[in-house]
Design a protein around this ligand. Structure first.
Ligand code: FE2
Length: 382
């Protein structure tokens, strides 16, 4: 039995001690008595570990390591067109070498859970094989959830749908998709139907790159939400990005917000990445590339923030610091009122855990895994 004492425990005003036994939180309180080992936390803040629910670990550092100096024009679609040149030379060893740099960036700054989208539009499954190995090798320091992600499309890439299905059989945890990249709306919609069918068939979670564009006519989130609502699969589903929802008109948006509440579907926004990628065809005013984070929080719809990229063709920066993502995100989403700011830290912790469906064992509560991080700051959190 271990005791962590002299702690400020996140959202538990009366507690200053945590008792841990065999990796599980036994008690949170004060004056918890003598135990085998006591660790003094010096009055610092204890919170649940950061969750990065959307990261491309097979892309990290490819921009500089694969000899490219520029990410081109900075649009999403140009980056997707550039990617095949990058990936043709990948090996299992090269993917692992760069991915470990990204994982080190994240874990060293407090992340303990990562959902990574791995490109499976590759008949050799080079990146997927590398990541399945890493998931097992690193399981004691970081939990990695793998999305079978068809970067070049389920239909735009010949055989893409079959490759996603094969990746699920190989061990991917989550079905991915990219409907706004398919060559016509009909195919984007078909991909959403196939994603939901595959998830149910293989008992997997869903996380779709959904409407990552400023075009308000890109409304694949509507179909995804409807299908998972009808299948009662919303809590196991995430719509990532949904940038176009930030450009939708209000009467459509509020109708959809009601439906999102019914399905209980999760959302992920990538504030730094999409602030960089979106608004590229705007002159001024220039859009922020962000979905309706503030409204989702106000309506109790689960939304988390994520890093998305670290130095890849889509985004030249990034360092796995979730606090930086949160800092940028709360500015872009304008969520700093006294009522909302107390919930902001959840965007990189508890809300991401719900997207990953690990909330049953994640968090600072008795009976849950004793994973937590210790921070200097306590301002505004108590
Ligand atoms: Fe992404």
């Amino acid at each position: 039995m271990k005791k962590f004492t002299n702690a400020v425990v996140y959202r538990q005003k009366e507690a200053n001690e945590i008792l841990v036994d065999k990796g599980i939180i036994k008690t949170i309180g004060s004056n918890l008595g003598l135990v085998d080992e006591t660790i003094d936390l010096g009055g610092k803040l204890v919170i649940a570990p950061y969750v990065d629910p959307h990261l491309h670990l097979d892309y990290v550092y490819t921009l500089s390591e694969l000899g490219q100096k520029s990410a081109g024009s900075g649009t999403l679609f140009e980056a997707i067109e550039m990617w095949p040149k990058f990936k043709e030379n990948l090996t299992i060893e090269s993917v692992k070498k760069l991915a470990i740099k990204g994982i080190r960036d994240e874990v060293s700054q407090g992340v303990q859970h990562v959902r990574t989208h791995i490109d499976v539009t590759d008949p050799k499954f080079t990146a997927l094989k590398a990541m399945l190995e890493m998931k097992e090798e690193l399981k004691d320091i970081v939990e990695i959830q793998i999305v079978a992600f068809p970067q070049e499309g389920m239909y735009t890439y010949r055989g893409g749908l079959e490759l996603v299905e094969e990746a699920l059989k190989m061990g991917a945890d989550v079905v991915g998709g990219i409907p706004h990249y398919e060559p016509a709306r009909e195919f984007g919609e078909k991909s959403i139907h196939d994603i939901v069918k595959l998830a149910i068939k293989y008992d997997k979670l869903i996380d779709v790159h959904c409407d990552e564009t400023d075009d308000p006519h890109s409304r694949f989130v509507e179909l995804l939400n409807a299908l998972v609502l009808m299948e009662d699969y919303g809590t196991r589903t995430t719509a990532s990005h949904t940038c176009s929802f930030g450009s939708a008109n209000n009467s459509y948006a509020y109708r959809m917000i009601d439906l999102f509440k019914k399905s209980k579907m999760n959302f992920i926004a990538c504030p730094t990445e999409n602030a960089y990628l979106q608004g590229r065809q705007d002159t001024y005013p220039k859009r922020r590339g962000l979905t309706r984070v503030k409204e989702f929080m106000e309506e109790g719809i689960n939304i988390a923030f994520a890093q998305d990229s670290i130095n890849d063709p889509w985004y030249p920066m990034g360092n796995g610091n979730l606090m930086n993502i949160l800092d940028n995100g709360i500015h872009l989403a304008q969520i700093m009122s006294p009522e909302v700011i107390e919930k902001d830290l959840d965007l990189i912790t508890y809300n991401g855990a719900r997207c990953l469906n690990i909330q049953d064992r994640y968090g600072l509560e008795v009976g849950k895994d004793a994973n937590f991080i210790v921070l200097d700051g306590i301002v505004l959190l108590m």
